[in-house]
Ligand binder design. Structure first.
Ligand code: HSE
Length: 315
């Protein structure tokens, strides 16, 4: 049997929602799991890049053995029903740029889990998939939208349960994903974060998060401009994303820009804006990065409301 699953990219944090806000985007990985008949072949993992944004160098970061998160995801699912995975071939057709803060690792974890679950006759429900995947990833903010689609607020509770609610994103607000040509591994981006933060910074983010909820509910652009700020991770990561301070500075004067935030752990940036001035905004970002010899890929995208789903299943 051979199962293919299509999983969207995700952007996480979105300003104030460190480790809890995430959104699915229309860039996809397709993960195919096939049961092979040859005994003793074990689990074979192949990555097939579908975009030039995924080069040889970034592919080197993907372990293809039992250290692979894909392998671990499949193993955890099998173990949860008292089995061990044996002969499987896993192909990852990858269009989501790697190490750019666009949820590529969440997407392969989710794709492998959903495909393996189907192979096994669906022993895990959505709650179990969310919980296993978030455990592996360490936080649910990319995993949840990769599974359920849309804009989502989520938390992983102490017992491992993931609690989430889908939120409505005002369709008139544009999301421009700015993907630079340099990588930033999540491990490095997390290593610069402090273990503890000042109380006033925690309060600052609480205020912004509450503003965010009200701003999207009431399509309140002025409130959103205040909401799309953060003191929990961005100040520490700014130095890892060359040109970000300049880009933020140069976009400050454009009235239609509601915010410029780091996508997940970076290196991509997310610019939220109203519909006018899109070209001007993109030119500012492209030119600012070009001044620092950084090339980029800028994409204004809709939100993907559909999460991971099976696109083919052959006996
Ligand atoms: N919330 C996570 C972070 C997303 O910012 O580190 C990346 O995995």
């Amino acid at each position: 049997m051979k199962i293919s699953v299509k999983v969207p990219a995700t952007t996480a944090n979105i300003g104030p929602g460190f480790d809890c806000l995430g959104m699915a985007l229309p860039i996809y990985n397709i993960i195919t799991i096939e049961e092979t008949v040859l005994p003793g072949t074990g689990i074979e993992i192949n990555v097939i890049p579908e975009t030039s944004a995924i080069d040889e160098l970034s592919l080197e970061h993907i372990p293809l053995d039992e250290n692979s998160i894909v392998y671990k995801a499949v193993q955890l699912l099998y173990n949860s029903i008292g089995q061990s995975p044996s002969e499987l071939k896993i192909n990852i057709k990858s269009s989501i740029p790697l190490t750019r803060g666009l949820g590529s690792s969440a997407s392969v974890i989710v794709g492998a889990l959903v495909a393996a679950n189907e192979l096994l006759g669906k022993p895990a429900d959505e709650a179990a998939l969310l919980s296993i995947a978030s455990e592996l990833e360490g936080h649910p903010d990319n995993i949840t939208p990769a599974i359920v689609g849309g804009l989502v607020i989520s938390s992983q509770e102490e017992d491992g349960t993931v609690v989430y609610r889908k939120l409505n994103w005002p369709s008139e607000w544009h999301v421009t994903v700015c993907i630079p040509d340099f990588e930033l591994s999540t491990d490095i981006a997390r290593s610069v974060l402090p273990k503890e933060v000042p109380m006033k910074d925690a309060v600052y983010n609480l205020q912004r998060m509450a503003m965010f909820m009200d701003a999207i509910n009431n399509k309140d652009a002025e409130l959103m401009k205040l909401a799309l700020r953060d003191k929990l991770h961005q100040p520490y990561r700014m130095k890892l994303i060359q040109g970000l301070d300049k880009i933020m500075d140069n976009l400050k004067h454009i009235d239609s820009v509601l915010g410029c935030v780091i996508s997940g752990a970076g290196s991509s940036i997310l610019v939220i804006s109203q519909k006018n001035d899109l070209d001007k905004i993109k030119n500012i970002i492209r030119d600012t990065w070009a001044d620092q010899n950084i090339k980029c890929d800028l994409r204004t995208l809709n939100i993907e409301e559909q999460g991971a789903h099976i696109i083919s299943s052959d006996e």
